[in-house]
Ligand binder design. Structure first.
Ligand code: NAD
Length: 481
């Protein structure tokens, strides 16, 4: 099965920070893949804009290198050459005057204009202001801003206010790349496109929900940034929160940006504050490898792991907890949402037949897909013995390899920017509500000087996180790929 590729309208996309790590690893390779698949029309152009002095040829070489390194399939020399023809470069100083006239000159009047702010948030205001002063951002222009969107509620508010001075909310695309993942959108399709799940999707039938984002890497070269942030700010406030919202929200009346985002916002506003007993913080530590060495801060009490039990105060979820966990240097790289249903109210089978509860797992990585465990009779003559079997909905198996070759989250999101579709981007009030819930949790750690529990690198996290579940008679799903 081959998915349809519908070309977008002609555009000028300016990537501020076009020589940076994110542009090199994600944005430019993603744009190349969209070009390769025929989604970029004749009139589509990409303009790299960054501090480095570089000419057009130099930038094209840089992008060729990025494609060589980060595009595995579709790396075809003629197509790469044709793609590079679409690229140009302007050296600009976001905080000064250099390069802005040249950039204004490079922009064409009658095409969609999109400005990707792939730079630190301290430059957002400077760039927004200069775009306006140079008259190159019309009412239709879009800006894309990267995470982190603030460090707390006050800084997120300040950023929103800065952007709002120059742009309308309908022009601002705040990226959370988790929302661009195929399975995340599939979660909405499964919930709202079938009769099967939604009637059961509530506290009456769901025992609990687990959301896991486990990484095997440590803090790597980002130690300085990470140590000021920690897992709560870096992962929970944004990525896990978005997954929680899509899992818990009420059906929107239509699949439209504000209808979906209104429902997500209601979930965030219904989150109860979290008791300190319901949170476990961890920091990886062993003789050979430890977080404090990686961030070069021996006194750091920043968490590289966090697990928590979250409650949503509304009719649908009263009594059904959501357990969230995320960490670095864990055993496996796994991102998934697990919906654990309740056991049938009465069993007609004998006690030890092996009956258990259904589980729907929505896997974001690796092997994007879903599976649902169903209890059946174990085949054979051994009497009525029950086993759980997965109804596997891995895309590769169900739809063929080609359908499994889905666009990377960044590719999809950038194309949505050009189309002017904000559904998969965070609205300003959503981000602020998420910080408003997160801030008191972090503040309470600061007041208490809370120290994270050590855990072995390559493990499943600290012991205390297992106890958090055991206390409720539940257990984390095993981390497996
Ligand atoms: P980077 O340090 O690798 O690149 C920064 C880019 O900004 C460079 O192109 C540099 O020339 C440009 N720049 C810096 N100061 C400038 C100025 N005064 N004028 C013009 N250009 C200037 O950073 P990055 O890793 O690419 O990250 C960019 C943004 O994306 C950051 O906000 C980061 O938090 C966010 N982000 C990055 C990643 C990632 O994987 N790298 C992931 C998520 C979010």
């Amino acid at each position: 099965m081959v998915s349809r590729v519908i070309p977008v309208d002609p555009f000028d996309l300016v990537i501020f920070g076009g020589t940076g790590d994110l542009a090199r690893r994600k944005i430019l390779p993603g744009l190349y893949r969209r070009f390769h698949d025929g989604q970029m029309p004749e009139g589509a152009r990409i303009i790299g804009a960054a501090r480095s002095e570089m000419d057009e040829a130099g930038y094209r070489d840089f992008v060729r290198g990025a494609i060589g390194e980060f595009v595995q399939k579709r790396n075809d020399k003629d197509i790469v050459d044709a793609f590079l023809e679409r690229l140009t470069y302007v050296a600009v100083d976001a905080k000064g005057t250099d390069g802005w006239d040249e950039l204004a000159h490079a922009m064409r009047p009658d095409v969609i204009k999109a400005y990707y702010f792939s730079v630190g948030p301290s430059l957002f205001g400077d760039i927004a202001e200069r775009l306006m002063n140079h008259g190159i951002a019309d009412d239709e222009a879009r800006i894309v801003v990267e995470k982190p969107f603030g460090h707390d509620l006050a800084s997120a508010r300040a950023l929103n206010e800065t952007l709002a001075r120059h742009f309308d909310e309908t022009q601002i695309y705040r990226i959370d790349h988790y929302l661009g993942k195929e399975t995340v959108q599939n979660l909405m399709a499964v919930r709202f496109g079938n009769m099967l799940f939604e009637p059961l999707w509530n506290a009456q039938y769901v025992d609990h929900i687990q959301i896991t984002v486990a990484e095997t890497v440590g803090v790597g070269g980002r130690g300085d940034y990470y140590d000021k942030s920690g897992a709560m700010r870096d992962m929970v406030q944004n990525h896990l929160m978005q997954l929680l919202c899509l899992t818990a929200m009420e059906p929107p009346s239509k699949y439209d940006p504000d209808a979906v985002r209104d429902e997500k916002l209601k979930v965030i506003r219904a989150l109860e504050s979290v008791e300190s007993d319901d949170i476990v913080r961890g920091q990886y530590k062993s003789q050979a490898e430890s977080y404090i060495d990686d961030v070069e801060n021996p006194r750091s009490i920043t968490e590289s792991y966090v697990a928590m039990k979250v409650r949503i105060a509304n009719w649908r979820w009263n009594g059904t907890p959501f357990y969230l966990r995320t960490g670095k240097r864990m055993k496996e790289r796994v991102s998934e949402i697990v919906v654990r249903f309740k056991e049938p109210p009465h069993s007609i089978f004998e006690e030890d037949t092996g009956q258990s509860a259904n589980e729907l797992t929505i896997r974001l990585q690796p092997n994007e897909g879903m599976d649902l465990t169903v209890t059946i009779k174990e085949p054979g003559p051994g009497g009525m013995r029950l086993i759980d079997v997965p109804l596997d909905m891995t895309f590769a198996e169900a739809l063929g390899e080609e359908a499994a070759d889905v666009p990377d989250a960044y590719e999809r999101l950038i194309m949505d920017v050009i189309r002017g579709n904000q559904t998969l981007f965070m609205r300003g009030d959503e981000v602020e509500a998420a910080w408003a819930w997160t801030d008191p949790i972090i503040d309470s750690w600061t007041v208490r000087e809370d120290r994270p529990h050590p855990y072995e690198p390559g493990s499943t996290g600290p012991e205390e996180a297992l106890i958090l579940m055991h206390r409720d008679g539940r257990r984390w799903r095993e981390l497996r790929t």
